[in-house]
Design a protein around this ligand. Sequence first.
Ligand SMILES: Nc1nc2c(ncn2[C@@H]2O[C@H](COP(=O)(O)OP(=O)(O)OP(=O)(O)O)[C@@H](O)[C@H]2O)c(=O)[nH]1
Length: 663
Amino acid sequence: MAGAAALRRSARRVVRPGAYALSRALQHPERLLSSQASPDRGGVLGSELGLYPPERVRNFSIIAHVDHGKSTLADRLLELTGTIKKGHGQPQYLDKLQVERERGITVKAQTATMFYRHANNQLPASDQPDAPSYLLNLIDTPGHVDFSYEVSRSLAACQGALLVVDAAQGVQAQTIANFYLAFESNLNIIPVINKIDQPTADPDNVKAQLKRLFDIDPSEALLTSAKTGQGLSQVLPAVIERIPSPPGKCDSPVRMLLLDSYYDEYKGVICHVAVVDGALHKGDKIASAATGRTYEVLDVGIMHPELTPTGVLYTGQVGYVISGMRSTKEARIGDTLHQAKSIVEPLPGFKPARHMVFSGLYPADGSDFDALSHAIEKLTCNDASVSVTKETSTALGMGFRCGFLGLLHMDVFHQRLEQEHGAQVISTIPTVPYIFEYGDGSKVQVENPAALASNPGKRIAACWEPTVIATIIIPSEYVGPVIMLCSERRGEQQEYTFIDAQRALLKYRLPLREIIVDFYNELKSITSGYATFDYEDSEYQQSDLVKMDILLNGQPVDAMATIVHNQKAQRVGRELVDKLKKFIERQMFEITIQAAVGSKVIARETLSAMRKNVLAKCYGGDITRKKKLLEKQKEGKKRMKRVGSVDIPQEAFHELLKVSNSK
Ligand SMILES: Nc1nc2c(ncn2[C@@H]2O[C@H](COP(=O)(O)OP(=O)(O)OP(=O)(O)O)[C@@H](O)[C@H]2O)c(=O)[nH]1
């Protein structure tokens, strides 16, 4: 995991996401083409959108393993169609969030509409003045495992996908996961072997892998370099020829799928929609199938790539709608929006996001609860996949328990809270949702280990933990160490095959808890960075789990409680106690630090008392020095949490977070 400290270091600038795109556009208006300037479209007036019946529309996604070049390819296609200017100066135009630019990953799927004249490449352009023009909706998707929820959402609006594979790295774990997501959604898949400019590129080997793993005919693969532009001219013709147009009834009442929503400070809730049937006009009355509420369409348009009003969207088109919704809670992702007062069958929604990791978020300074609450509310407006409930900790005061799709998702949320909303946050040890059964047969889902203590009278009869099926692809010489790592993490082998002469594919069932932090880092380090990894959630399995408490001077610190496997309790307890000893500064009195399971102490350390206090260093007279020291001491105190009589620095919580998950 990228350390929380590194995140904090990079979390300095405060940016509002909505304002970000706007301010960038205002600073560099030349980067955005005016609607009249686009060579292929001649304006985006509503009447012109009407020139694109479903047969002239193609909705497609780009899917790939992380870093195989999706966003770069998306940029090149936007340039090729004149949607953005060449060399617009921003790497990856569609990666708009600051965190995406800093980390070079795509977190939120973005959509862009392009207009493209499909001329016959064999004939000179002057011979085909009437070559038909097409409206293409490109949906860029994130590649990281945590965001596969975004991928499946994007795919619901598409009829096809470009499956991008790095010509040197070949098929990787997420290529497989994304291929199956697209395949299960019945999409037409166009394989694109990218980065053919690299000296180690071996497109023939990649073609053989695609044939072997997915039964893709090698002749179907396009060979491209998004960097040099080689082969790019074949991509959009292939999209038009191989991807079907969206199905839908033009003369039915409007029915559309709500793909995404976010809150913009100036415009309110903006919904991304795919119009399945009928047409949507500004001024129309629409209703939500989920809530029954009705709204008036205040603005409607396309993402070109910025919001461009058109006043209308027709069957098969993808765009945005602003309808006076007050909060994104009203805009449920996967909902069907339809013409008000008409009876329509809701479209199949999406599988709801499953929260894999939970963590408590508390204000670093207890008095900032309202500020944190406000920041979380704003951010969840743009990231509806986070669940939030209030909770109170004796150690940390009032805060929130948040559910995330994975660790990276948690990190990114944390970073955005600090970066975009200026919040200072302490997060507790992440945990997975366990199920505990008590002696009386009642079952509870435990998302906060501290909550287990609230049933002291009840005997725990059984516990279950969530598992995942992990796919790991590695060069064959690393199979031994990876098998060892997986068995240390309580994994159970499901499959062991070779995808070509050099590389093996391993499938393991692993407890989710064992992989949530540091598994990927360790996997990378024992395979010199060659392993790729993906997972899908699987069923719960019965397990021997115990709750471990951390006690400071005999007082349990609820925010540090954790649930561990019984066999690992001793080792984790020892590490936690050692780490805490390093991070808690010596104070005026002795501090005992203990890890305990039930009433049994399994690890203990003592921090001896400080001999001198800070002012003892001033020899009476030097008043400015004395003031400086007091100031410094005050600064330090701000980042402390007082638990009983012990001050715990914020770092201690972050450090614990690493230890308790790495073992
Ligand atoms: N040599 C070479 N490098 C490329 C090519 N396409 C992309 N890259 C580089 O590969 C890296 C990853 O590219 P991205 O477009 O960010 O990859 P991505 O798949 O969108 O990654 P995520 O958004 O994190 O999922 C960047 O450094 C690109 O400059 C290519 O055709 N050739």
